[in-house]
Design a protein around this ligand. Structure first.
Ligand SMILES: CC(C)(COP(=O)(O)OP(=O)(O)OC[C@H]1O[C@@H](n2cnc3c(N)ncnc32)[C@H](O)[C@@H]1OP(=O)(O)O)[C@@H](O)C(=O)NCCC(=O)NCCS
Length: 144
């Protein structure tokens, strides 16, 4: 696990394309997150290769998981869980109480992954992903 650096961008973009296809974020958006949330823009490595990333931003309401993806070839090996564990330990150390995210209602694997991790659905957000696609807000309380 390490912080994102500019040299990682091509590989992150490839993971993004293979994970989100037409919804993939572009270079500009990743660079914006790198500027705004550099501390918890994390890269997961297996051997020398980058296999996944996660971005969490901290604001006055708590923390927000902006995105997470693992290359399809490297899924179901605990990579995303390791990214959340690493991020979560940093958030707890900073005494941040809540971690939020929004996931598309149709993204069943994503929802299962978050629920398995302990996030709870809090509400339905209509048209979060454009005209016809809704999202769920989810929340994990970091400090009981
Ligand atoms: C969601 C995603 C990040 C999970 O990454 P991953 O590295 O495969 O997840 P992990 O191996 O850490 O999974 C941990 C646990 O979550 C659950 N889980 C993960 N993927 C799952 C799936 N496709 N279906 C059901 N449960 C799943 C399982 O309980 C899993 O444990 P197990 O493999 O021992 O059963 C990955 O599937 C992905 O990149 N998807 C496309 C991008 C995306 O949808 N991101 C989330 C929305 S922003």
């Amino acid at each position: 696990m390490k912080r994102f650096e500019l040299g990682d961008l091509q590989r992150v973009l490839a993971i993004e394309q293979s994970s989100f296809a037409e919804d993939a974020w572009d270079r500009k958006l990743f660079l914006q997150y790198h500027r705004q949330c550099p501390d918890l823009f994390l890269i997961a490595k297996v051997g020398r290769g980058i296999v996944g990333y996660a971005i969490t931003c901290v604001n006055s309401r708590g923390a927000e998981l902006a995105s997470i993806a693992v290359h399809p070839r490297d899924r179901r090996r605990g990579v995303a869980k390791a990214l959340l564990d690493y991020t979560g330990s940093h958030l707890r150390a900073k005494r941040i109480k809540t971690w939020r995210l929004t996931v598309a209602t149709e993204n069943e694997p994503g929802i299962r992954f978050y629920e398995e991790y302990g996030f709870k659905r809090t509400r339905l957000v209509r048209r979060y992903y454009g005209a016809r696609r809704d999202g769920y807000s989810m929340r994990l309380d970091l400090i009981a």
